[in-house]
Design a protein around this ligand. Sequence first.
Ligand SMILES: [Zn+2]
Length: 310
Amino acid sequence: MVINGVRVRPGQSINIDIAIARLPTHTLIDLPVFILRAKEEGPTVLISGGLHGDEINGVVTVKRLLEEEILSPVRGSLILVPLVNTYGFLSNSRTFPDGRDLNRSFPGSSRGSLASQIAHILTKEIIPQIDFGVDFHTGGRMLTNYPQIRVDYKDKKGVQLAEAFGAPFTLNSSMIDKSFRKEAFKSKKSILVFEGGESMRLDNQSVEEGILGIRRLLKHAGVIEDSIKEAKTLKLKESFWIRAKVSGIFIPTVSIGEQVRKGQMLAKISDPYGQVKVPVKNTSDGYVVGLNNSPVVNSGDALFHIGKIP
Ligand SMILES: [Zn+2]
């Protein structure tokens, strides 16, 4: 295996820093990549976090896999990239300083924007090496996701990997143009997207579910030996958002992860004076897979992300 001109032999574990660019302060920014190779042949698996720089749960998940030495491959190889978007991480931002979203910048170019340059490095150096991968994300600001794997149900191999991962939920999610997942899939490589918690907020449950899922997936793939048991994921069909019909103070009456019925009241939205109270009704049987944590909402705001029961 050769990454960024560095040869990594079976049985070797090394860290490679891929130089990206300099900050305006001339501080060098690089992309640290951690490679663990077993002596025996087997699949190569990517585990990445922080593609969106403010989605810290994913960074912490991959960091903990490294620091707690949870993964010791007996077959194949692991490529861990705990923090893909250093720029966003520095500025508590999903994107790059020019506003570009790395996950809409693939395949990228060495002469493009910063996001495009990093996309190009991942396309050129990482995707060709891997068999499959898991990319760790979170919801947005004040928008939390219950731990879930997103995969396109048309990707049969991806669905099998999601079942082995065993997250609480698996959601059907079609691939977005110019995303990391779609770029990898062009070479028939499935990248599962894990979503858990919200941006800029540590959520231990999401981190734990991410670590357990990686252990189950890698055991299933024969990469690690582990005593962990299989877990059944609940596969949901398409998902939709219930939006606020009025503005006001948003008080949910159900919790994230909960099963909800069609017609059930999910929340109340009231004015600040105790005069008006409007119920928010559910429109389809399913599970609450995402929730707006903001206490104040505007008409049209996304409130509940509901994954439909198949
Ligand atoms: Zn993300």
